[in-house]
Design a protein. Structure first.
Length: 139
């Protein structure tokens, strides 16, 4: 069994954003030479997420509005976490909802997706560099 590891780095200038990283994960898969196995893709920061869904702009706006209604950024004083001097409690909650990682099967050297599935990096407390781990195991 072979394994492969790579870190992808992102610096989203806005507080929140979604980036389709499917192409970068595909590149990792090609670099790995693995034809059958599993790909783990996970956000290595507690205020960011990796998830799978459709790459449709309206859906991304809906996600942003929905997440902001569940855990609004302001007023920042509504969260006990922010009493530590932070202002990102909402980002921690949004990450909890959207998840930390995804696992995708690799079949015949390709990501084995259902219709319309794509991999996304979700940022909920942007403005600094954050990383995503891509770990691939298989043959």
């Amino acid at each position: 069994m072979k394994n492969y590891r790579k870190e992808l780095w992102f610096n989203i200038p806005s507080r929140r954003g979604f980036v389709n990283i499917t192409g970068q994960v595909d590149d990792c898969l090609r670099e790995s030479g693995i034809r059958e196995g599993l790909v783990l893709v996970n956000a290595m920061h507690i205020t960011a997420s990796v998830f799978i869904n459709d790459d449709e702009a309206g859906l991304h706006v809906d996600y942003d509005r929905w997440l902001e209604s569940l855990a609004p950024h302001e007023p920042v004083g509504q969260y006990r976490h922010n009493a530590t001097g932070e202002d990102n409690a909402d980002a921690h909650l949004k990450r909890q909802v959207m998840g930390r990682e995804v696992v995708v099967a690799v079949t015949n050297g390709r990501l084995d997706f259902g219709p319309w599935e794509q991999i996304f990096y979700g940022e909920f407390d942007g403005g600094r560099k954050k990383r995503v781990l891509v770990k691939i195991i298989g043959d």
